[in-house]
Write a protein that binds this ligand. Sequence first.
Ligand code: AMP
Ligand code: GLY
Length: 438
Amino acid sequence: MRVLLIGNGAREHAIAEKISADAELITIMAKKNPAIAKLSKKHFICDINNPLEVSACAKDLDIDVAFASPDSTLANGITDALDKIGISTSSPTKSAARIEWDKEYMRSLMKDNKLSGRVEHEIVHNLKDAKEVMTRLGNVALKPIGLTGGKGVKVSGDHFTNIQGALSYANEVLLKDKKLLIEEKIEGEEFSLQVFSDGTHIYDMPPVQDHKRAFENDLGDNTGGMGSYSTGKLLPFIEQNDIEQGRKILQEIVHAMRKEKNSFKGVMYGQFMACKGGVKVIEINARFGDPEAINVLALLKNSLTDMFLSIADGNLERPEFSDQSTVVKYLVPEGYPTKPIADSPLLIDEQKVLASNAKLYYASVYEKDSVIYTSSSRAIATLGIANTLEEAEQKAQIACNAVKGKVWHRKDIGTKELVNKRIVHMKIIRQGAGSDGQ
Ligand code: AMP
Ligand code: GLY
């Protein structure tokens, strides 16, 4: 089997590792990820958001199935371009990926089909309407309609404390995009639920909790994600019923999209909030989460190649996952997220990582004269996997300590202290506080 993967981050390193375990891997990357290149039989470097460049690399390679991974490649129609040259694909078309790149489409689809998990929202085109909607909804989340790399959302209480602050951000977005999504602010605990979809059926993966805020105790700016953990079939603060609601919402979305002849094939990832009144949708993504992919792929027992083939065929295979805990921590350059220091060398003690049974997944790094250097984004993800969350966290921590250089990470991810805070918070939410429109 020959599998084509498009993308070059830590998430794609984890996907590449899984594919190369049982198939020949060909990759197309925007920048050379030295770890992915090592796993690939052949790799190409080009603009992975340009359909013409990607198809020029991919043609005549005798590919059995292809998977375009990052959101921007999907939004730029890379799957469609590969389909056009006769390559079978297991990622969504541009039109199906719209569920992520157009939040107006996602919210309208949910509203028109009366799907569960909706939040109050409004699209506005001018400041006057923005003010009116904010006054009506009270606490709000302000969102640009398109892709923002996880950094465009601003929320009452976190990023602004009064209507002036909210209007100032609304103005910024309106000047740029001419429209803005305003949602009611909901309260609860967030979890990520990823599913495989063949356009009709879905099968879910273990739930994961990501940590978006840059600093310990969830302070600082939102980032692409600083780390994540999973604990088997449930997370410590959620119940079976929450997972079932999340799965039902994703199944309803897949059905609604199929009904309007916009079938979603690939990985769909629901970013949910467990609230007092049930599970609500924060965002729907058309891909694996980063870092969440690293958590779940470490537990997947099936061949990922077979999963991809079954998606492409429209005959989804049932995935099985081992029931262990995982912790992922991202090492990021000093100064991240505002002023990251790039081009700084990292000294990596591979033996120490191996000895602790942990793993490293390369993200934004490059290799020069056999030395790994940082770029200006998240550098390396570390993974600990074990029978308990405590052990998994310790392993990820050992791996972090095995990398020396101008990088740092959130030490609190996966620790008992932080997880207990989530449990207590969820208990308070379920007991009655929390504004989720109920
Ligand atoms: P996103 O970029 O959509 O992942 O949003 C970033 C963060 O903003 C999420 O992780 C949530 O913590 C928060 N957020 C987004 N939408 C809402 C909402 N409607 N209510 C409360 N918080 C939200
Ligand atoms: N975990 C955040 C994202 O992948 O968007």
